[in-house]
Design a protein around this ligand. Structure first.
Ligand code: 3PG
Length: 205
């Protein structure tokens, strides 16, 4: 997971309604300089979108997000997902991901969940929902008792605050949906998405 997160300081979190559009969307992100995409399993077409990206845009690393049940793990792997993200911490998902041989970025928002993640051997977690859960203040506070833990804050992160998160020593990357606005995705406005991706890849607001 460390190598994956180091590849991209910003992970676009995307809900895709139409799998046919997924490769074009992934190519726009890649053209902008982002080489990792998290497709959330929140739409009917999500697994088909993962499969289409894995097949047609091999240069982007596609993962599946919003895993809330262990049963989704094998489905995501079979679709071609190369990593998994869950919004919370689930022993069943941790076990299923290990069994499937896929890296998991589990979600945490409390010290108790961090202790569980640490005990299970995780050194990278998603901090979700980042802004409502205390944002930068919470991440600074976590750095005391959990000095080795690295966080990918997601949830309320956007173009106006992502650089503040990335300045924290315990934050190698952030995630968010601001790079793929629903209206631009629906309209197939790939040049707009490429522009947003390029801003993020270059560390501009
Ligand atoms: C996620 O699933 O990671 C979040 O819903 C993304 O949060 P955002 O829409 O606030 O970026």
């Amino acid at each position: 997971m460390q190598a994956l997160l180091a590849r991209s300081p910003v992970i676009p979190v995307v809900a895709i309604e139409d799998a046919a559009a997924a490769p074009a969307l992934a190519r726009a992100l890649l053209a902008g300089g982002l080489s990792v995409i998290e497709v959330t399993l929140r739409t009917d077409d999500a697994l088909a979108a993962v499969a289409a990206i894995a097949r047609d845009v091999p240069d982007i690393t596609v993962g599946a997000g919003t895993l809330t049940t262990a049963g989704q793990v094998d489905a995501a792997r079979d679709a071609g997902a190369r990593f998994l993200v869950s919004p919370g911490y689930s022993d069943a998902i941790v076990e299923a991901a290990e069994h499937a041989g896929l890296s998991l970025l589990p979600g945490v928002s409390t010290a108790t969940e961090l202790m569980r993640a640490q005990a299970d051997g995780f050194d990278h977690v998603k901090f979700f929902p980042a802004v409502p859960s205390g944002g930068i203040g919470a991440l600074n506070a976590f750095s005391g008792p959990f000095p080795a833990m690295r966080f990918c804050p997601t949830g309320g992160v956007h173009s106006g605050n992502y650089l503040d998160f990335l300045q924290l020593p315990n934050v190698p990357c952030v995630g968010g949906s601001w790079l793929t606005p629903a209206d631009a995705v629906a309209a197939g406005d790939w040049s707009h998405i490429e522009t947003l991706a390029a801003s993020a890849a270059e560390g501009r607001r």
